[in-house]
Design a protein around this ligand. Structure first.
Ligand SMILES: [Fe+2]
Ligand SMILES: [Fe+2]
Length: 251
């Protein structure tokens, strides 16, 4: 699995992991992120159980696994967190696992023994270290009904979960970043039209994140947006016709 550093300032780092060449083709590609602040680290959307072995190997090349003090699940999907019971075997037993209050009882179906720290609908601040304060930003119905992004104001990075996700064929990948926004639209267009349904939620999300200073928008699938492509993506999403699955119910 590949790893790139998105941000580094003193002991504060953002690492992005993904595009594992060993991954079976029928398992959707995911990005996993780690924020390090000294020897406290947060693992964001640790991924499915299928990617656990390669993700653990890649992570331990960068930091000791004992540094993971916090885990965060943006929502309930299996590609986001079905590796949770495996991670809990290798991290310290007092790891804190943050998740929307809406999903704790559901995710317990794949990890009954985790005690979740539940996030209220309005989101919350979380201190990974005294000088590394993060915000869990609500992104409900985008696509999950209990869903959060992670904003780091110092790194100016927004982890956006499935928002900004793209299914990029291996032949079209030239790295971890979007290099040509217009050429990238084809890989994210169908996903956003089908997986997002609520224009009210989309408009509220756009309004909310437009107020943030974002240098990098980092999704859970596909390529990472940086610089002017962040605004390009938000503008593109703000005008997209979503809810394409509804048409199947009108037949
Ligand atoms: Fe999802
Ligand atoms: Fe996903």
């Amino acid at each position: 699995m590949n790893c790139v550093t998105l941000f580094r300032h003193d002991e504060h780092r953002w690492l992005a992991f993904g595009q594992d060449p060993e991954k079976p083709d029928n398992v959707i590609d995911t990005n996993q992120y780690v924020i390090c602040a000294g020897n406290s680290a947060m693992l964001i959307d640790p991924g499915g159980m299928e990617v656990f072995p390669s993700m653990l190997a890649a992570l331990t090349r960068e930091l000791p696994v004992e540094d993971i003090k916090v885990m965060f699940l943006s929502h309930q999907d299996p590609d986001v967190g079905s590796s949770l019971p495996l991670w809990r075997r290798v991290v310290k037993p007092d790891v804190k696992v943050y998740l929307s209050w809406l999903w704790a009882g559901f995710v317990a179906h794949f990890d009954r023994e985790t005690t979740f720290t539940t996030i209220p609908d309005e989101g919350m601040e979380m201190s990974l270290a005294p000088d590394c304060k993060l915000r869990f930003v609500p992104a409900h119905y985008m696509h999950s009904s209990g869903n959060f992004n992670v904003y780091d104001p110092r790194a100016r990075i927004l982890f956006s979960g499935d928002i900004g996700a793209a299914l990029v064929p291996a032949s079209a990948r030239t790295g971890m970043f979007v290099e040509d926004f217009n050429a990238h639209i084809q890989y994210m267009d169908g996903f956003h039209r089908r997986w997002l349904a609520s224009t009210r939620a989309r408009d509220a999300w756009v309004e909310q994140v437009s107020k943030l200073d974002i240098d990098i928008l980092a999704p859970q699938h596909g390529l990472i947006f940086r610089g002017d492509d962040v605004k390009r993506f938000i503008d593109w999403l703000s005008k997209l016709d979503i809810g394409s699955g509804v048409a199947a119910m009108h037949k």
